[in-house]
Design a protein around this ligand. Structure first.
Ligand code: NAD
Length: 341
């Protein structure tokens, strides 16, 4: 085992944490030293599956590693990350960063003081389609997000805003920046006691508008983000990992003429398909189908080893959480739904 492999551990190996362990075990730049979970049956079985050690005490694991993934229930993120930073470990904490903004501030402050990386698991940033679209999204003026899923009781202990919308908030904030001028939102509890479907309209100081719809009571599954910018429209399908870029052709004006009645038309084209071909360049990209979690963990290790800032820092995780709470407040103000948030 070479010395430049980062010694890592996973704290919390439930539904998602076991995939952190599986990926670390397969990443060349990582040495999976062990896992910790208060449920020994769960912890041992994940350790065995990944040929690593199960630690009965968290402090024992922390003393043996340089970095950890924290994949515990959100309510425990603050306490667990705090303990890991105290032990001088670099931390990748699952999203949402914490339960409250004050807790997030505390961890950001502590990571800075300790000089440790604090990354937040907003995994959609590592979705191959988002990565492939990245260079084509320059200055979006309108963004439309649709994240639809069928009802699943898992995750319904928190509002859909903290569970799912927060993915799109992070992506939108990542492209537009953090200067939100106004927030409008509507949310409805359809099946669960909490908000199941939400629509958010964000206006940014630079004029960009984002319209975000999230549902966990949909008949179909869809995860799409459409970016509209001057002369270009980029449609990103996060589920099927494809990107479609529609760019206005540079020689568009050469194809425009007036007919005898003075109406504008496109030369030698009459059907909508022919017109589109003359004036628009369409590029379809099948994005690389690598597991986003693997890309996220590789990037985390790279940041620890090189000192590069993480793709989603604690500050960015906090920014998405703060906006999520602004949205929740907006919904509860409007519909007196405080009791079901
Ligand atoms: P889970 O309940 O399936 O697993 C949590 C595990 O943590 C359990 O095995 C539990 O025994 C263990 N645990 C509980 N308290 C602990 C503590 N104090 N210290 C150590 N381990 C503890 O939950 P999950 O679905 O895996 O979710 C875990 C986290 O991942 C949550 O914050 C959730 O929001 C997040 N998550 C993120 C995504 C994503 O898309 N990025 C998807 C699912 C879950």
């Amino acid at each position: 085992m070479s010395n430049d492999r980062l010694k890592v551990g996973v704290i919390g190996v439930g539904h998602l944490g076991r995939h952190h362990a599986r990926n670390y075990a397969a990443i060349d730049s990582a040495d999976l030293v062990g896992v910790y979970d208060p449920n020994p049956t769960q912890g041992r079985s994940v350790a065995v599956a990944n040929h690593t050690q199960y630690f009965e005490a968290l402090d024992d694991l922390l003393a043996r590693v340089q970095a950890v993934s924290v994949v515990t229930p959100t309510q425990s993120h603050h306490a667990v990350v705090h303990q890991a930073l105290e032990a001088n470990c670099h931390v990748l904490v699952e999203k949402p960063i914490t339960t409250t903004v004050a807790e997030a501030d505390d961890l950001i402050h502590m990571a800075a003081q300790k000089g440790r990386v604090l990354q937040v698991g907003h995994i959609e940033r590592f979705n191959g389609a988002i990565m492939a679209a990245y260079d084509h999204i320059k200055q979006p003026l309108f963004i439309e997000c649709h994240r639809l899923a069928p009802f699943n009781p898992r995750g319904t202990d928190v509002s859909v805003v903290l569970d799912l919308t927060i993915h799109d908030l992070d992506i939108v904030l990542g492209f537009v920046g953090g200067n939100v001028a106004s927030v409008q939102a509507v949310g409805v509890p359809v099946i669960s006691q909490s908000i199941d479907i939400v629509n958010v309209r964000l206006e940014f100081v630079n004029g960009c508008v984002a319209n975000i719809t999230t549902s966990r009571v949909s008949a179909k599954v869809e995860r799409k983000i459409r970016f509209f910018q001057r002369s270009c429209y980029v449609s990103v399908d996060l589920l099927n990992k494809t990107v479609d870029i529609f760019q206005k052709k540079a020689d568009l004006m050469a194809w425009i003429e007036k007919d005898a009645s003075g109406y504008t038309r496109i030369k030698d084209a009459s059907s909508p398909e022919e017109i589109a071909k003359k004036i628009i360049d369409h590029k379809h990209i099948n994005a690389e189908d690598q597991e986003p979690l693997r890309a996220e963990l590789v990037s985390f290790i790279d940041c620890v080893q090189t000192g590069k800032p993480p793709t989603v820092s604690g500050v960015e995780g906090r920014r998405a959480l703060h906006l999520a709470y602004q949205i929740i407040e907006e919904i509860s103000k409007k519909h007196a739904l405080t009791d079901v948030l």
